[in-house]
Ligand binder design. Structure first.
Ligand code: ADP
Ligand code: GLC
Length: 485
């Protein structure tokens, strides 16, 4: 089974969040599950630098509208994965974040950047022999989020079919919505401007077009698959999603256990596993030192690694911060995003220099050290399609404290004595998105942490879970196979 995987980010080279992690690991796991996968991704500067020997494969003349001509390069990763790099310097040869300009706002031509990515994906997936030297036509076109969601549309209406298409929703909050003027620029026709086309409340929505026209929809947890069909969580698309419920499946993400494994993680001060948890203490002390906090083994260390956005519920943590600092506890925060949240956390750290420390920024190595060195990982998300950090925490014996939503509800089982003893408890779960409910649960976690035997059991339960991509990859493979029947 040949699968063209199309993504706007891919770890470890270009990553702003979980999508990058998924795109870095799932294709690899699909190969192990027997699929022939190639990944199409823009040739950003980081990709150019990582694969200087990439070979030129084909020139792609403009495909309409203001979509520029482009080139395809091919490269092989050190694990043997084939990458197709979409080269178009005017659109992709820019420093920094793949979506945001230096001022922190969206690049103004994001519709062209990701429209081109989607258009090329559709061309590569089309039945008509692509005018490329690729000599490889996929059976499945697997797209991810709004950035690639126009591809199933282009494939159906501009290529007259080809591969079966799958669109995975990683986050319904980002819909790729643009003013009507971009229709022409994307090489779309006035006849596409209707409710079954690309029009969405007077605007053009990349995501909606994909949700309407992909052969199959998936999202990244079973709970989120249900939630997005409701008014509360559907972000306006619940009607469409409900109408496609028969083609919508929730498959929980996995984690890349070659990258996220405390027994073999080169970022850590000390390696450890489920049977050698004592070594975790060295990671805690190193983390406290790195953050300039007193090295205290006698109080629990809470942690956050996150995009700082309202999705993640970190305003609740900021609001509870003063009271958290008054407990016998410490808090470290690594994140970047909303300026108000960045300021709120920085001010908390200034007020409580012995208890709270903050790093504003994106730092992969530090994220690993935090997962290993913290005692409890905080993830009070308002909504969470899947969430990877709670699974990293579970694998690192750092019980997560989460709000019951989306993939958090599917992966974290609340502490109770009964759940502890039957092996299911692996963290702490609360329901109300309020600072009071969060704080109540934080206090509960502190009390359990103070009982070393129970704590060790909780950690061991967490570390016993299988969070790898093996099972989810097999589920994607089976879905592809069913789709081709
Ligand atoms: P989302 O994709 O919604 O941001 P996930 O939990 O799925 O949430 O994935 C987030 C990924 O991004 C994780 O790998 C996490 O470690 C990483 N991450 C988020 N913020 C930072 C940061 N400031 N520094 C380093 N890694 C970060
Ligand atoms: C999105 C979601 C996150 C999910 C990730 C990978 O960024 O916010 O919950 O884990 O995609 O699927």
């Amino acid at each position: 089974m040949k699968v063209l995987f199309v993504t706007s980010e891919i770890a470890p080279w270009v990553k702003t969040g979980g999508l990058g992690d998924v795109a870095g690991a799932l294709p690899q796991a699909l190969r192990q599950a027997g699929c022939d996968v190639r990944v199409l991704v823009p040739r950003y500067p980081a990709m150019r630098a990582a694969f200087p020997g990439a070979a030129h494969l084909a020139h792609l003349p403009s495909m309409g509208g203001q979509l520029p001509a482009a080139d395809l390069y091919v490269a092989r990763t050190d694990t043997g994965m084939t990458l197709l790099l979409l080269d178009c310097p005017p659109l992709f040869d820019r420093p920094g974040n793949p979506y945001l300009g230096p001022e922190g706002g969206d690049w103004l031509d994001n519709h062209l950047r990701f429209g081109l990515l989607a258009r090329v994906a559709a061309r590569l997936a089309a039945n008509a022999t692509p005018a490329t030297a690729l000599d490889w036509r996929p059976d499945i076109l697997h797209c991810h989020d709004w950035q690639t969601a126009l591809a199933p549309y282009y494939l159906r209406f501009y290529e007259k079919g080809g591969a079966a298409s799958v669109l995975t929703i990683h986050n319904l909050a980002f819909q790729g919505i643009f003013p009507p003027q971009v229709l022409d620029e994307l090489g779309l026709l006035a006849s596409d401007w209707h409710i079954d086309g690309v029009e969405y409340y007077g605007h053009l929505s990349f995501l909606k077009a994909g949700l309407r026209h992909a052969d199959l929809l998936t999202t990244v947890s079973p709970t989120y698959a249900r939630e997005i069909q409701t008014e509360a969580e559907g972000m306006g698309l619940q009607g469409l999603l409900k109408s496609r419920a028969a083609q919508l499946t929730g498959i929980l993400n996995g984690i890349d256990t070659t990258v996220w494994n405390p027994a073999g993680d080169s970022h850590l001060a000390a390696a450890y596993d489920r049977d050698h948890l004592a070594a975790k203490a060295a990671n805690k002390a190193a983390l406290q030192r790195q953050f300039g906090l007193p090295e205290r083994a006698d109080i629990p260390l809470f942690a956050v690694v996150s995009r700082l956005t309202s999705q993640k519920g970190l305003d609740l943590v900021a609001a509870a911060g003063d009271r958290l600092a008054a407990l016998p506890a410490q808090l470290v925060v690594l994140g970047t995003g909303d300026k108000t949240l960045e300021t709120a956390f920085s001010e908390l750290a200034e007020r409580h220099p012995l208890e709270i420390a903050v790093r504003i920024g994106f730092d992969e190595a530090l994220a690993h050290r935090i997962e290993a060195g913290a005692d409890i990982f905080l993830m009070p998300s308002r909504f969470e399609p899947c969430g990877l950090n709670q699974m990293y925490s579970l694998a690192y014996g750092t019980p997560p404290l989460v709000r019951a939503t989306g993939g958090l509800a599917d992966t974290v089982m609340n502490y109770s004595v009964a759940n502890l003893n039957n092996g299911s408890a692996n963290g702490f779960v609360f329901a109300d998105a309020t600072p009071a409910a969060l704080l109540h649960t934080i206090r509960r976690a502190v009390r359990v942490w103070q009982d070393p035997e129970r704590w060790r059991q909780l950690q061991q339960n967490a570390m016993a879970g299988d969070y790898s991509w093996r099972t989810p990859a097999a589920r994607y493979r089976d879905l592809y196979a069913a789709l081709l029947k």
